[in-house]
Design a protein around this ligand. Structure first.
Ligand SMILES: Nc1nc2c(ncn2[C@@H]2O[C@H](COP(=O)(O)OP(=O)(O)O)[C@@H](O)[C@H]2O)c(=O)[nH]1
Ligand SMILES: [Mg+2]
Length: 250
């Protein structure tokens, strides 16, 4: 809990058994619950997460966005913090970000990784992110330095007003479009530190990049009718809590 607000950290995971222990090791004490969304992992992601005290939610519909929607439906905190399961995003920034959220009376913070060392990212990643960030500026009239960042800090009540549909990587830009264009929502981008990934990237750079660009263009002209999180045709409730570690005998 932070200044009267309960805090949920939601982490989508597809085969992140090596990253989870690093992420959990320095999770700040003020975090009330860590929700690991296990997205059909073939490794021990769910078991490792549960052993380390996280709540594990299963999502069988594959995709970064599908995993996030399941995690959001399951989160109970007043504030939701997101990050990848690969130990790239700084857990120790969470208290500072919460402080800014409260002090500035913000609803949504997205974290900007562009200050990190270039060698932590390939040129194609940096360039792709730059193109997508400027596509947002041209299409929507607001600018982000890091349109693809996966670390956000926001009030859970905001989810009732957002229309979040993407099952894929585009959810990252979709949630920002909602936060920065909905009326009377206070949203801000703040810099963070960013480390090299533990384990292999799940990103398909060219494919995800083009899908995300097309998503931005389409969304500019068609925003689905208001729908509460999880009630869209794209995100059926297929979430189930894991009652205990699922041990498989060899
Ligand atoms: N790409 C992808 N990531 C997923 C999926 N399900 C969960 N994730 C998680 O989403 C996060 C982002 O993926 P990642 O490979 O780190 O992308 P990157 O940060 O752009 O390299 C990681 O924690 C993944 O394990 C999925 O179906 N696809
Ligand atoms: Mg990552």
């Amino acid at each position: 809990m932070y200044r009267g607000l309960t805090v949920s950290v939601v982490i989508p995971c597809y085969n992140e058994e090596d990253g989870i222990p690093v992420v959990m090791a320095d999770m700040p004490d003020l975090v009330d619950e860590v929700i690991i969304v296990d997205n059909n992992s073939a490794d021990r992601t769910g078991i490792v997460a549960r052993e380390l005290g996280a709540r594990v939610v299963l999502e069988t519909r594959q995709g970064y966005g599908a995993a996030y929607k399941a995690g959001f439906r399951s989160a109970t905190g007043d504030v939701i913090v997101t990050m990848d399961g690969d130990a790239t995003y700084p857990r120790n920034f969470i208290p500072v970000l919460l402080d800014v959220l409260v002090e500035e009376n913000l609803d949504f913070i997205t974290c900007d990784r562009t200050g990190h060392k270039m060698e932590h990212s390939s040129f194609l990643r940096v360039f792709g992110n730059w193109v997508l960030s400027w596509a947002i500026t041209l299409l929507y009239g607001f600018h982000l330095r890091d349109s693809q960042s996966g670390m956000w800090v926001f009030r859970r009540s905001l989810l009732d007003r957002m229309v979040i549909t993407s099952d894929g990587m585009a959810l990252s830009e979709e949630i920002k479009l909602e936060a920065f264009t909905l009326p009377a929502v206070q949203a801000r981008e703040l810099p963070i530190y960013y480390k090299p990934r533990v384990g292999e990237s799940k990103l398909n750079l060219w494919q995800d990049g083009f899908v995300n660009l097309l998503f931005l263009i389409k969304r500019r002209f068609i925003r689905p009718a208001d729908a509460p999180l999880g009630a869209t045709p794209f995100s059926p409730h297929v979430t189930s809590e894991v009652p205990g570690p699922q041990m498989v005998e060899d």
